[in-house]
Design a protein around this ligand. Sequence first.
Ligand SMILES: NC(=O)C1=CN([C@@H]2O[C@H](COP(=O)(O)OP(=O)(O)OC[C@H]3O[C@@H](n4cnc5c(N)ncnc54)[C@H](OP(=O)(O)O)[C@@H]3O)[C@@H](O)[C@H]2O)C=CC1
Ligand SMILES: Cc1cn([C@H]2C[C@H](O)[C@@H](COP(=O)(O)OP(=O)(O)O[C@H]3O[C@@H](C)C(=O)[C@@H](O)[C@H]3O)O2)c(=O)[nH]c1=O
Ligand SMILES: [Mg+2]
Length: 300
Amino acid sequence: MSGTSPRAILVTGAGGQLGTELQRCAWPQGYEIVAIDHDTLDLRDAGAIAAMVASRPIAAVINGAAYTAVDKAESDVVTAWAVNAMAPAAFGEACAKAGIPLVQVSTDYVFAGDRQGAWEVNDPVAPLGVYGASKLGGELAVRTSGARHAIVRTAWVVSAHGHNFIKTMLRLAETRDTLSVVADQYGAPTSAADLANVLMRITLRLVEDEDAPTGTFHFSNAGAISWADFATEIFRQSALRGGPSTMVVPIPSSDYPTPAARPANSRLSHNAIHAAYGIAPRDWQVALSDILDELIGATK
Ligand SMILES: NC(=O)C1=CN([C@@H]2O[C@H](COP(=O)(O)OP(=O)(O)OC[C@H]3O[C@@H](n4cnc5c(N)ncnc54)[C@H](OP(=O)(O)O)[C@@H]3O)[C@@H](O)[C@H]2O)C=CC1
Ligand SMILES: Cc1cn([C@H]2C[C@H](O)[C@@H](COP(=O)(O)OP(=O)(O)O[C@H]3O[C@@H](C)C(=O)[C@@H](O)[C@H]3O)O2)c(=O)[nH]c1=O
Ligand SMILES: [Mg+2]
């Protein structure tokens, strides 16, 4: 590519878990990541989104930003919909106009989670709360925008930075002898680094191959556990590293009331992403180990 300018990939949510990991990915030579944070672009401003995409040649957009405060969204409905639905709509329109692909990230919370098994990409959606509903709005906006797109639903995103369940558990363990954690909500954690790598692969295909698979895909790490199981393994692996740990008391969701209801079964099937892109996730325990290496330090 010598003599030509690099292909710019616009990434939103630069300060978030996914945005941070997208910037750490090993993008091939000839690509430049233009990572946009909240201060640079407020996603509630659709006009600013259009102007940003039109302001320079861009090869693709990865919309990694979102209003992710699930409980707060219940009482901040308009902001949640502005960020999670209207901003993707604005990106869809801008990308269609520019003729570039859009990669949109969505969530397991679009499902009601009311039956067993892993959710397939075409299974019926029925969000239980404002966050899930607004993210579904974003999916529909992107799907109908005319932009070539991939919508990647993920779940339980964790990493060494930002806000997430691992960091919350380690923080609470510092001061608690026991920790009550819900044992009737099932899913699989997703390393933000693994997700970023998958989104990079999909984005590169969409940029380089007009016929690359488009549509809706699911990605999480492999496995099926409850939040209580997850907490237990976090503390087991943390203790091995000399980090904080405490005893987990499994409880029903009814003993942990929250403004937003969560799906009982959040498991995402990987069939679609495997068929289209040959992607198969590694086990969640291995991904957790890498994150704790970064947070606490490696085991001796
Ligand atoms: N976290 C999870 O467990 C899951 C996440 N997802 C999806 O994955 C994607 C990445 O999530 P993750 O990285 O964990 O999320 P984070 O909450 O870590 O990051 C989200 C980012 O979006 C930014 N943002 C929020 N509102 C605005 C706004 N009005 N204008 C500009 N930027 C804004 C935030 O900035 P600031 O902090 O400054 O507001 C933050 O940097 C999202 O689409 C999310 O819906 C899906 C399933 C699970
Ligand atoms: C802190 C804590 C949480 N919990 C429960 C609440 C909840 O059901 C579960 C996980 O807590 P969180 O606050 O991480 O849950 P939540 O913020 O709902 O996580 C979700 O975030 C959004 C953005 C998504 O898209 C989802 O995939 C999912 O990751 O654990 C306990 O039972 N005990 C505790 O001490
Ligand atoms: Mg949360």
